[in-house]
Design a binder for this molecule. Sequence first.
Ligand code: ZN
Length: 434
Amino acid sequence: MELPDIEESGREMHALATALYPHCRSITGEGVRSTLRRLALDIPIGIHEVPSGTQVFDWTVPEEWNIREAWIKDPLGRMVVNFSNHNLHVVGYSTPVRAKMSLSELKPRLFSLPEQPDLIPYRTSYYQKTWGFCLPHGELERLEDGEYEVCIDSSFKDGSLTYGECLIQGATDEEVLISCHTCHPSLANDNLSGIAVAVALARRLAARPQRLSYRFLFIPGTIGSIMWLALHEAEIRRIKHGLVLTCVGDAGPVTYKKSRHGNAVIDRAIQHVLKTRGGEYRVTEFHPYGYDERQYGSPGIDLPVGCLMRSQHGTFPEYHTSADNLDFIKPEFLADTLGKTLEALEIIEGNARFSNLKPMCEPRLGKYGLYGGGGGQRGGDFDELALLWVLNQSDGENDLLAIADKSGMPFRKIFTAAGALELAGLLKRKLPGD
Ligand code: ZN
């Protein structure tokens, strides 16, 4: 398969986000299904349904929620709020309502942001049944006294929770989990950017043979990961590395939140990429708040899953408002995230531990065709200094990533040197458990 370059991928990811933006997603319902069906055009995704009422650890899969229309008409019969203009106008999981009421009765049901008077806030009420509307504060303030008519044509039923899963089988069953949430309606950075980068990753990984297998989950936040973990206890133990992708399309520098392990290969690989690429980035310790890394990192599950972001949720003014739109994410930032993630996965693919088979002082490299003529000079495709680092550090414990970090050299150089040394019979690859 011909792969687009990273820049072209950036445009494709933005186009995918644009196509998905209007769908009214929630933790269940038709908006999630239509989103996943769109993804199925690009990647081999399985669309799965888990019935409402299914017990998943301490939680229960909720009733399925769907919405057709919602609006408010003012005393003159003019539509002042209309869900068909923006799906953030309705509080997610609102119960159905059809009523007439005074403005003072209606007001407790209206949510706005006085500090950001032009923006519609994003609100949900999944586990407490209620209804409400969201609108710009400026518009709320202009509403005049009188009788209003409200309509929310929504429904709850014993349906299902819908999620998508895509497994790209590699040479081994050792898995990398890539997880993103699909439960936000028209919000671009906070859910569509993660979906778009995950799809681009899946396409690229599927195009070439891989050592590891890659499992992509497109799930509603919290209940989705809890559901998946509860129903796939056998698969969990195959997952050796993982990433949650969220808020990965804005102009902010990459922020990496470490897995609960803190020093897992995924943590080290991402940090290696961020460090060697240069430029600004942030790394934070694990904390039990944020996205599904909380569930993957709960003590009984304990998977090494970090969270890759650009601007961190809750820290940018567009967060959970109508300003988190398609202008807020840009092709070049999606592409930058994709490139860095691919490089980290390449490191995980190539990482290995070796034992030096000639550990009594340095072997005479010239005998093996590995001597380039002077310290640090290039000999063939490999760097002589990299050869010395690999030989010196390959005691069966240090992996190539650790050697790259210690030497300050990019992983690729260390990896190439190890390949040359292995070919020359100077290194023996250690297997997991060795
Ligand atoms: Zn969110």
